[in-house]
Design a binder for this molecule. Sequence first.
Ligand code: ADP
Length: 497
Amino acid sequence: TVAALEELISPPVQIGYTQNLINGKFVDAASGKTFPTIDPRTGEVIAHVAEGDAEDINRGVAAARKAFDEGPWPKMTAYERSRILLKFADLVEKHNDELAALETWNNGKPFEQASKAEVPMLARLFRYYAGWADKIHGLTVPTDGQHHIQTLHEPVGVAGQIIPWNFPLLMFAWKVGPALACGNTIVLKTAEQTPLTALYAAKLFQEAGLPPGVLNVVSGFGPTAGAALASHMDVDKLAFTGSTATGKIVLELAARSNLKPVTLELGGKSPFIVCEDADVDKAVELAHFALFFNQGQCCCAGSRTFVHERVYDEFLEKAKARATRRTVGDPFKKGIEQGPQIDEDQFQKVLGYIKSGIESNATLECGGDRLGSKGYFIQPTVFSNVQDDMLIAKEEIFGPVQSILKFKDLNEVIRRANATHYGLAAGVFTKSLDVANTLSRALRVGTVWVNCFDVFDAAIPFGGYKMSGIGREKGVYSLKNYLQVKAVVTPLSNPAW
Ligand code: ADP
């Protein structure tokens, strides 16, 4: 079903903040330039936002450096830092619907999803890391000699963080939460498509008592602001989420400048494996969710649906029916499952992949075109008879396009599922514990979801094998990205000299 796209709901929120946040103040870009940010439902301008570039990054880094070197942030007690994170989480809860509406307006995702899942997850994640702030400590280490050895776990310093547009608030949380809990200061560059919610959240952080300069937020483009951050000599650590191609660029920039350590969360081509014993109705629903969630714009999307030949025909028929039933329309309307793609570029890219699927003789089961005549809506699309060497089975589409592939046995599907440079996630659908265990261990990916998908608790580590990234975010694993380990060595008795 397709809801009418003509009468759009007016977003129930004020825009809030459009300038860069540097040293506790909202300021224009040094150049005075702005760029338009777009409503993906219509392609129309929502607001003009300060366009940061290298100079704004310099100013943000200088503020973060001062807040780190001179305090107060790393010098506050961990308990005080924890309380600010908790206060921020309370404010997120208080402003839940404004944040969600702004996210929907700027990104196009269904408001119901943003308000009931993502913004609550934002609060939850900050409470999780608030809990860690005062539990970070080193070890006492036994040695062969007469020495007392202790390790100190210290913040790294100024963290540069570059985030994408598909989950603007959650990516803000995954980056900012652990960095602040460990006592670092931050310069965050948002994606050029979605600058609004991070600025709003940063404002709430100020209200929560975060000292000036601890969190600086710069809007702007990748090759200017992003590259300046990645190559800055005074940034001590870089965290990036985005495409694999851009991940390679920022890693190189980090290496060429000051060798700052880099964590990368990149693309994927995740298999979703439906085994022969699967309850087909449930498998269809979960495989549908695994691919179509968030307009298909998930790095971990289950974008290769492998189905055992014994259940293939039934699965196909039901998957097509499910996609055809998917409700697409104004993401502010109740009951809408799918909004528009993020922007014209992504919209064209996804339509290009659909064309490539048709040309390579995959069978187009449903969808295959844009929806309506304005904005970036795409029909839920299903291809069957997809072969491993087709472009749609190899490259990240990042849109509502499901590719269904047939397999015969477990060893075959393991080999095919792993035959990719990516290794972010996988879904496994089976009633057999043996099969689940075998697949969980054989798949070379950072997350295996067994009979579930996209479960993103704050405590679960997330990240990729192979070209899907370096390092893990969330959970206890993220803390180590933001800590240095210092060994302090002291003789047990006075030295002889
Ligand atoms: P996408 O193609 O999905 O927009 P990108 O990986 O290009 O994904 O974007 C993710 C983030 O990386 C965005 O914040 C973007 O501005 C930033 N970015 C893009 N190019 C560069 C670059 N050359 N250097 C640093 N950051 C970049």
